[in-house]
Design a protein around this ligand. Sequence first.
Ligand code: ATP
Length: 498
Amino acid sequence: MAKTRDLQAIISHCKEYGFIFPSSEIYDGLSAVYDYGQYGAQLKKNIRDYWWWSMTQMHENIVGIDAAIFMHPTVWKASGHVDNFSDPMIDNKDSKKRYRVDHLIEAFTDQIKQQNTTAKNGMDADTMLVQMDSLLANDDFAGLKSLIDAAGIPCAISGTCNWTDVRQFNLMFRTEFGAVAAEEGEDNGVYLRPETAQGIFVNFLNVQKTGRMKVPFGIAQTGKAFRNEIVARQFIFRMREFEQMEMQFFVRPGTQKEWYESWKKERLDWHLSLGISAEDYRYHDHAKLAHYADAACDIEYDFPIGFKEVEGIHSRTDFDLQQHQKYSGKKLQYFDNDLDEATGKPFGNYTPYVIETSIGLDRAFLMVVSSAYELEDLSTDEKKDDRVVMHLPAFLAPTKLAILPLTKKDGLPELARELMQQCMPHFSCFYEEKDAIGKRYRRQDAIGTPFCVTIDHQTKEDGTVTIRHRDAMTQERVALSAIKDLVANACAFPCQKP
Ligand code: ATP
C-alpha cells in the first residue's frame, strides 16, 4: 500500500466525507480549532474506546476517571505550569510572524537536508540539531538566537533574517470564574487545563482509598486540553483545543526505571496493534527533560509531515504528588505493607513515583487516517480507473457494515431492512438503496467501511447474500443468517494479551 505524503489530500478527504470540518466554517473558521463530522466523531470515539478498553478493562490494576476541565488555580502553580509552561519564541520583525524556536530550526534543517546543502556558516543539519538540543536543555536563549543568526535562517513569510531576541511565552488559556469581583481586588482567574494529568494527581488518594488500589496501579483519563499554541498549523496535529488520553501509573520509588521501560514497550505494542507498520514508528529519547521527569521519550509516527510525536512516555518521579502535598498541605502518601526483602520490614509510607503515558487523541486520529488513506490506481489496459480507500482497521471503522439492496423493488429492501434490524444493536450499519452498486461500494471504500452486503434476487431464493471485502474488493456468497456474527467477530478489538 502506497502511503501518501500529501497532507492536503487528507485534509480535503476528511472534509469531503464528513470526518473533519474547520470550526465555525461559515465565519471563515477559527485558527487551529476543528469540528469532527459524522464519520470523524465516530472514528475518534472508536479510537478513544479502544484506548480506554486497552488501559482499563485489559489491566486489573488500572481504573479510569473523568475529572473536570476547570481546576483550582493553585493546581497550576503547584504543577509548575504557571511558571514553566512556556516555549521559547522568536518574532520576525518584518513579517511580525512568531515562531517556536525549535520548530523554526527543525524546519530549516529539514530543508537543507532535502536540498543536500549546509547552513550559511557551513554547519550541517545534524550538527545544528545537536547544538539546538543542548542549547534548549540549558535554556540558553542567547545561544539559540546566535545559532539562528549564524545559520542565516530566514522567515518563511518575509524571507528576512531580522529577528527579535528569543523569549518565553506561556501557553495556558486564562478565563474568569463566577462573578467578576475586580473592584474588590479579588482574582477570579482560572485556567483551562493544558493537560489532563493534574486531574489524576489531585484525585490520587480518592481513587486509591475508594478503589482499595495497591501500588503499582494506574489511573486513566481521556478529555479535552487547551493550549494557546503559537504556531498552530498542520491541521489537527497541533490544535488549540484538543483531546488527550493519559494514564498515570503509580509505582514504588526505585522501581520507576523498570516500569518506564515496560510502558515504553507496551505502548508501542498498542500502536502496532492498530495494524500500522513498525517502520512507521520510532522512539525519540528526550535530551532536555521537563522539570518533573527523570526519563522521557516520545513515540514518533511518520506523518505526511515527517516523523513527529504522537505519544509521550515520562517518568515523572514523585514531583507532582510532592508539589500538591506542599501546596495543599494534605498528605498524599501511600502505606505499602508488602515486605521489603532487604530489611524484612514493610516498605511503609512513601510518595509513589509515576510513569505517565500521554497520547493525543487528535494526533492518533491523524495517524490512523494517514496510514489508512490510499489513492489506488486500478487502471487496466482498457480503462483508466482509481479509487480512494481508507484501509481502517475494522475495529476502528466508523461504519462496520453497509447494507445495500441491489434494487428498490421485488422485496429486496424489506430483506435488507430485516438484516439492518438484526445488526444495528451490535455495530454501526449504513443502509443505502440509491445509485449503481459499484458507486455505492466506492463511497463506502472512501469512509473505510470494511464490509458491504448486497441483497439480490438470489437472496430470496436461497437466503444467501454477497459480502464484499473493502481492501481486496473480493466478493463471496454467504448465508444471510451468518452476517451478523461474521461482521461482529471481524470488528472486535484485537486482544494483545494471551
Ligand atoms: P509538542 O512537543 O508536539 O508540542 P508536547 O511534548 O508538548 O507536544 P505533551 O505535553 O507531552 O506534548 O502532550 C502529550 C500528547 O498530547 C502529545 O504527544 C500529543 O499527542 C498531544 N498534544 C500536545 N499538544 C497538542 C496540540 N496542540 N494539539 C494536538 N495534540 C497535542
